[in-house]
Design a protein around this ligand. Structure first.
Ligand SMILES: Nc1nc2c(ncn2[C@@H]2O[C@H](COP(=O)(O)OP(=O)(O)OP(=O)(O)O)[C@@H](O)[C@H]2O)c(=O)[nH]1
Ligand SMILES: [Mg+2]
Length: 289
């Protein structure tokens, strides 16, 4: 029996050290002992500081009160932008690690030049096969890079706050089109309603069956949390969104192939000196893989 299979057995019987070691093994590029495809995940994304971690903390409370388990994969929680928030995140996710029903694991994209595609999906599958009922992927930001990551989730909750038009701005990056549900957090603050209406207005242009619902929520007061969870369980994704998601996943895979190509350095050097054109470069990389 391979080490990974043994770790899986122990992880399935509830041993967290084994689960962590197995996830590290996958993160380092090791083979997963779990057949793919069993796990489904909820991606939560949005601009920095809108309250994603606080909201996840509240959702964890609701799930665990129902006796459901929750595993969180926090992507780049300690990036400079989010201010080394892992410890803070753990504290804000009040139940994290204090309950057998909660497991939190962080993942740094900087350790993965080819992107997270090779490990994110296998990790979700491992967690699902170990019985974790709710699997959440938290990513910070609403730019292209975050869209790439969150597109690996099966459902996407986009979070925004009252004092920013960030996600409307970020619409160029396509994040609103990928979202199955949009939550405007900090509804305890005066401008939240206005922000929600601005987002609804932005969405109503060209509204169709792909247009997500916009809900107000407050991670501080707890208002709207149950509704978000209910809405997520009711929301079925649409073909349009599914197509966008698989498109992003394909682009990730493509990028990964490019960035991990054995020819990449020599190709860059040739481009730099002008001894190769871009189309020749593409050709060379394709031959090299
Ligand atoms: N008023 C108010 N403040 C909130 C609410 N939710 C979160 N905050 C505050 O907003 C700040 C950011 O909260 P986080 O949960 O760390 O936000 P985040 O989106 O996870 O942040 P990053 O991971 O750094 O992008 C903290 O100071 C929270 O206390 C809310 O519902 N109302
Ligand atoms: Mg956070």
């Amino acid at each position: 029996m391979s080490d990974a299979t043994e770790l899986l057995q122990q992880a399935r019987s509830g041993d967290r050290r084994s689960l962590s070691r197995l996830l590290s093994h996958i993160e380092e590029g090791g083979e997963s002992p779990v057949e793919g495809g069993s796990g489904t995940s909820l991606g939560i994304t949005g601009p920095p500081g809108v309250g994603k971690s606080s909201l996840i903390g509240r959702m964890i409370d609701v799930w665990t009160e129902r006796g459901e388990s929750v595993a969180v994969l926090a992507v780049d929680p300690s990036s400079p932008r989010s201010g080394g928030a892992l410890l803070g995140d753990r504290m804000r996710m009040s139940n994290a690690d204090s309950s057998d029903l909660v497991y939190v694991r962080s993942l740094a994209t900087r350790n993965h030049p080819g992107g997270l595609m090779d490990c994110l999906t296998p990790m979700v599958d491992v967690l699902a096969s170990c019985g974790w009922q709710n699997i959440v992927i938290e990513t910070v930001g609403a730019g292209q890079a975050e869209i790439r990551v969150v597109a690996f989730a099966d459902r996407i909750l986009l979070v925004d706050g009252p004092d920013r038009g960030d996600i409307i701005q970020a619409e160029k990056a396509g994040i609103m089109e990928l979202a199955d549900l949009i939550a405007i957090n900090k509804s305890d603050l005066p401008d939240a309603e206005r922000a929600a209406n601005a987002v609804r207005t932005a969405l109503s242009v060209g509204a169709d069956e792909n247009t997500p619902e916009v809900l107000l929520v407050s991670a501080h007061s707890g208002d709207g949390i149950e509704e978000i969870i209910e809405a997520l369980s009711q929301t079925t994704t649409t073909e349009g969104r599914e197509r966008l998601r698989v498109r992003e996943r394909l682009i990730s895979a493509w990028d990964s192939t490019l960035l991990t190509s054995p020819n990449i350095e020599s190709t860059l050097a040739a481009l730099e000196t002008g001894s190769m054109t871009l189309s020749q470069a593409v050709e060379q990389i394709r031959k090299g893989v």
